[in-house]
Structures are given as C-alpha cells and as structure tokens.
Design a binder for this molecule. Structure first.
Ligand code: PGA
Length: 258
C-alpha cells in the first residue's frame, strides 16, 4: 500500500518566525486530514521553530539537504544527526537546484541518500531531465542513470524508506508543469528501473511524486494518474491556502492505491 504523499518545499524562503506562522496556518487549515501524508521541507534555520508547531498535527518535518558524512570539518554543512535531533523525518536529496547551483553530482547524491538512511531519515530523492535532454529524446536515459547512481549500494530492505520525486528541471519554478501523461510516463520509467535494480515487490513500495509548477488548478490532472503517488510543491507551498487546496483537491478524493 502506498499512502499518497504531498510535500511542500519552502526553499530559501521564510525566517523562523514566518515559518512557524506558515506551518501553523497550514496545520490549522488541514486539521488532521486522513489517508494522506503531508510533510514540509523548511529551511535549516526554521526547523527548530516549525518542529514544535507541527508536533501532534500529523504533518511531518523535513529538511532540504544534508551532508553525507556523520560529522567533521565541513564548515556550513549539516549532518543527518543534526536534522534528526530537530525532529526531521524526511530530507530532500539531489534537488535540481542543488545539482544546478551547487554542482551536486550523482555520486554526492548517492552518498547523501546513504547518509540519510544511515541516520534514520527518509530521503526524498529528486530526479529529472533538463530541457535539452527532453528535446533530444534522452528523458528515460537520464532518469535511469540518476536512479541507478543515486541508489547504488542501497539494500533492497531500505527502499521502502525512499521516496522518489520526478522533477523535470524545465518545469521547476517556471510555471510550465509537465502534462500528467508525460509525468506518468516518467514515473513508469522510474518504477521499472527500481524493479530492475531491486525487485518488483521492492519497487512497488516506493512512492513516486511529481514536482514542477504544481498548483491548485493543475493538481487534479496528476492525482488522476495512478502512477503518481503525490506531489512535491515549491512556489505554491508558500501560501497556506494554495498548499491546502493542493492537498484537498488532489489525493484526498482518491482512494489509497496499492
Ligand atoms: P515549484 O518547485 O513547485 O515552484 O516548481 C518544485 C520544487 O522545487 O520542488
């Protein structure tokens, strides 16, 4: 059984006070929704403020990145243990903005997935093709490569703790979402690759989310695709009413799929 999963990614927005207010607003509006899991990936500096706000609401706390070592001389970096201590359950890994602006490689993404699992966190692994790859017909090849490399050395037994977010780079923050059909096609590629590396059973335990310009107006297209287990929402997660409309307008209406 895969429980639908909606994740907000607040990126580099909100001070701790703003973040606590936004989290309180989201949880008030959602008011204990059933059958769907919701998580908020907030800036590091807001984790301590948002954690207590979310406690007991059923909404999970997430971070947007982590370092791959347990500790060490890595000025400015944050370890899995630091996130865990602040109550994080989820952590984004390999977001396209990290790959693009911070030069994160597939190898580093793999080390981060391993570190997250080692530390008891649940990684949300982001993968997606750039526009040039798509135009050149390389979408599937890129996805297969990213999945292969990111999950190298991960035991099949840990796969159930991994979520994959398909985020075509050209759709992130651009207002140009993928079509639900294209997303479903990419999700199938991802799931088949998981099946190839692990097993059919293990691959079916992994939730695959779509991300990239999801809004309250287009979410139903994605929730209508059985391959899409939820969404990763950036811009629209910064407004509580929009984010809650996405949660309520999508999977809340759909029975949980197995
Ligand atoms: P967007 O971002 O919804 O603003 O396109 C998605 C993401 O970065 O996860």
């Amino acid at each position: 059984m895969r429980t639908p999963f909606i994740v907000g990614n607040w990126k580099m927005f909100t001070t701790p006070a703003e973040a606590a207010d936004l989290a309180a607003d989201v949880s008030r509006r959602l008011n204990g929704i059933l059958g769907i899991e919701v998580a908020l990936a907030v800036p590091y500096t807001s984790l301590a403020a948002v954690g207590p706000t979310l406690r007991g609401t059923g909404i999970e706390l997430g971070a947007q990145d982590l370092h791959w070592e347990d500790q060490g001389p890595y000025t400015g970096a944050i370890s899995h243990a630091m996130l865990e201590a602040l109550g994080c359950r989820y952590v984004l890994v390999g977001h396209s903005e990290r790959r693009e602006h911070f030069g994160e490689t597939d190898h580093q993404v793999n080390l981060k997935v391993r570190a997250a699992i080692r530390g008891g966190l649940r990684p949300i692994l982001c993968a997606g093709e750039k526009e040039g790859d798509r135009n050149a017909g390389r979408t599937r090849a890129v996805l297969r490569r990213q999945i292969d490399r990111a999950l190298e050395g991960i035991p099949a037994g840990s796969l159930g703790h991994v979520t994959v977010a398909y985020e075509p780079v050209w759709a992130v923050g651009t207002g140009r979402a993928a079509s639900p059909g294209d997303a479903a096609d990419a999700h199938q590629t991802i799931r088949r690759q998981l099946e190839r590396i692990f097993s059919r059973e293990a691959s079916r335990s992994v939730r695959v989310l779509y991300g990239g310009s999801v809004t309250p107006d287009n979410v139903q297209g994605f929730s209508g695709e059985p391959e899409v287990d939820g969404v990763l929402v950036g811009g629209a997660s910064l407004k509580a009413s929009d984010f809650v409309r996405i949660v309520q307008g999508g999977w809340a209406r759909r029975p949980i799929v197995g």
